[in-house]
Design a protein around this ligand. Structure first.
Ligand code: NAD
Ligand code: IPM
Ligand code: MN
Length: 355
């Protein structure tokens, strides 16, 4: 039995995760998985009504769950950062979810904006450090609101923090790599403190993984390679901010923001699963958002909870939806968000009956 904390959040967060919940409920009823969901109304509405962002009693309660399933947070009515830092980053930090696993996988060739790329060309995983770097929140203002104002934002890399993410990435490459290769992405030519540490940590850890090919790109050059030669990547490990940026690029080469999945993992504690995209206020409330990233995030959560077979079945149903064009308009279909969710459940049912 697993208890899932469900945080739909803002904008399209609710619309897309509802489809993930449909799929999870279908499996739950069919296989008596004993999944129990509890919904938490964190996000803009609650904040605007009560001033609450993520109260301590909610945080304490979340500690009792086995996993968190999240939509997205952020709302144009709220100053940027309040909900993103106060909810999303706070959860990642509080549960020490130091691994942000972001697979970049092309499911259908025509989704790729790059010329001549095949499915196997775009199939790699970014392992993003998720608790340090420029996200640590260290910094501040000097002489605020004067012409001499200075704002600082420090990048924090600890040896323990960098070692543990690089170790995880090596292990991940060894276990799941096509031809195990780990690429480290940094800006060691400029960030001569923080990313010098990354360089040393990578080289030293690499000694223990001679069977895994090792490679390095500066972050500017990696964006070029991800567009021109994405096939050269297997697993990429990088710091928090670069991981954020390059995975939006990754999302586009796999078909757009509606396709990209993210797992915030702490192997010894509570992990949190979400789409890479945000609350998309430009399309919220219209029932047109692509729910596939949210559904695939639910599949990643199932895998984490030990239900790999059901995760595979979900991915297979997504592929069927893509093949039959039962998809939303961002990727060339005509269905609504809800209709895609219903189609996936229908597909799962007919696959089950066919077995
Ligand atoms: P976004 O990811 O919300 O949207 C970027 C673009 O992609 C938009 O044009 C949007 O319509 C489109 N898009 C995103 N998801 C889609 C989907 N499932 N289907 C179809 N189209 C989709 O990024 P943004 O506009 O920069 O940010 C909007 C808000 O979301 C901000 O408040 C931001 O802070 C927040 N945000 C939250 C998260 C999160 O909670 N994990 C992630 C990123 C951004
Ligand atoms: C993401 C988002 C978040 C990040 C924001 C909303 C804090 O962009 O999950 O990619 O920067 O990590
Ligand atoms: Mn992002």
């Amino acid at each position: 039995m697993s208890n899932i904390a469900y945080i739909p959040g803002d904008g399209i967060g609710e619309e897309v995760t509802r489809q993930g919940i449909k799929v999870l409920n279908y499996f739950n009823d069919l296989h008596q998985l004993g999944l129990k969901f509890e919904k938490f109304d964190l996000g803009a509405e609650r904040y605007l009504k009560t001033g609450d962002i993520l109260p301590d009693d909610v945080l304490n309660k979340l500690e009792t769950f086995d996993a968190i399933y999240l939509g997205a947070v952020g709302d144009p009515r709220v100053e940027p950062g309040i909900l993103e830092k106060g909810i999303l980053l706070k959860l990642r930090f509080y549960f020490d979810q130091y691994i942000n696993l972001r697979p970049i996988k092309l499911y259908k060739e025509e989704f790729c904006p790059l010329k001549g790329k095949k499915l196997q060309d775009i199939d790699f995983t970014v392992v993003r450090e998720n608790t340090e770097g420029i996200y640590a929140g260290v910094g501040g203002f000097l002489k605020k609101d004067t012409p001499d104002e200075i704002a600082t934002q420090e990048m924090i890399s600890t040896r323990k923090g960098v070692d543990r993410i690089i170790k995880y990435a090596f292990e991940y490459a060894r276990e799941f790599g096509k031809e195990p290769k780990l690429t480290v992405c940094d800006k060691s030519n400029v960030l001569t403190y923080a990313h010098n540490l990354w360089q040393r940590a990578f080289k030293e850890m690499g000694q223990n993984y001679q069977d895994v090919k090792q490679d390095h790109f500066l972050v500017d050059a990696i964006t070029m390679k991800m567009v021109r030669n994405p096939e050269i990547f297997d697993v990429v490990v990088t710091c928090n901010i670069f991981g954020d940026i390059i995975t939006d690029l990754g999302a586009e080469i796999q078909g757009g923001m509606g396709m990209a999945v993210s797992g915030n993992i702490n192997p010894d504690s509570i992990s949190m699963f979400e789409p890479v995209h945000g609350s998309a206020p430009d399309i919220a409330g219209q029932n047109i958002a692509n729910p596939l990233a949210a559904v695939l995030a639910a599949a990643m959560m199932l895998r984490q909870l030990g239900e790999s077979r059901l995760a595979d079945q979900t991915e297979k149903a997504v592929v069927t939806a893509l093949e039959n064009n039962m998809i939303t308009s961002d990727i060339g279909g005509e269905l609504s968000t809800d209709q895609v969710g219903d189609y996936l459940v229908k597909t799962l049912k007919s696959n089950e009956e066919g077995e």
